[in-house]
Design a protein. Structure first.
Length: 264
């Protein structure tokens, strides 16, 4: 595995480098895709960047307050940006609030922005999955298949690369199937793609947490896929043409009179 990447005389940690790449390319793809929905690239970038910064700041501060007895003894640890030093859910909530506040300020349509950002999340997910493979954050089950990869002398499924490949395929399908007039469908397709990737790819990963017979990540993927599929079905049903019932003999068309023309 590669927990650090050498760049000449400098060695940089793999995780943070790939996280920055994921942020950049995720926002860039979201901004470009947003043009299909009539959004300005700058607006999409600003929404995403503001949400990310607000989420990271709140997640870090929440962790500091939660473990203040540790940080008060060594204040310099406050500036140690370790992956475990962020509170996940407070950061997510702060990111959503900050992003939505910007939408209200700029009078942007939330559904169109969400559809654009969903494409960015698929892009970022594929890059972060490669990072998980390089750092060993996601470990695969033992395998003797030709594409199995060695990990500390044992051949294993490259489960993180399965995730990356799945996100890339999902991104291609969502991009090609996008309809500028139906941003909700794009959002549903992206959610369905992400859910299926977690369900399938994580079946080959060493389970970090189990919920019954499923891994926790698979259960989240199943819920996301079902919700997305249900939303897509409701959208398709809402747009299907309704059958026109034939009137009884002698019924007249509302608003018409003998001798009047229907052409205007």
């Amino acid at each position: 595995m590669y927990p650090a990447l050498p760049f000449g005389p400098v060695t940089l940690p793999t995780g943070p480098i790939f996280a920055m790449l994921a942020f950049f390319f995720g926002l860039e793809s979201a901004g470009r895709f947003g043009r299909r929905f009539g959004l300005r690239t700058d607006d999409v970038w600003n929404v995403g960047l503001l949400a990310i910064l607000a989420g990271l700041i709140v997640a870090r501060l929440w962790n500091v307050f939660q473990f203040w007895y540790v940080y008060s003894a060594e204040p310099l640890l406050i500036f140690s940006l370790r992956p475990g030093g962020f509170a996940f859910w407070p950061g997510i909530i702060a990111a959503l609030i900050a992003g939505y506040a910007y939408l209200l300020r700029r009078a942007l349509e939330p559904l169109r922005v969400a559809a654009a950002l969903s494409v960015g999340l698929l892009t970022a997910g594929s890059i972060l999955a490669v990072s998980d493979y390089l750092t060993g954050a996601v470990i695969g089950l033992p395998s003797d298949l030709p594409w199995a990869r060695p990990y500390f002398g044992e051949m294993q499924h490259p489960a993180a690369l399965y995730r990356a490949l799945g996100f890339v395929l999902g991104l291609i399908v969502v991009w090609l199937a996008a309809d500028p007039q139906r941003p909700g469908r794009t959002l549903g397709h992206a959610g369905l793609a992400a859910g299926l990737v977690w369900m399938v790819a994580d079946a080959f990963a060493v389970p970090a947490a189990m919920v019954g017979p499923l891994r926790a990540s698979q259960l989240i993927g199943l819920a996301l896929a079902l919700i997305s599929a249900g939303a897509l079905a409701l959208q398709a049903r809402g747009r299907s043409p309704q059958p026109v019932q034939a009137g009884e003999p002698g019924d007249s068309v509302q608003g018409s009179s003998p001798g009047s023309s229907s052409l205007r």
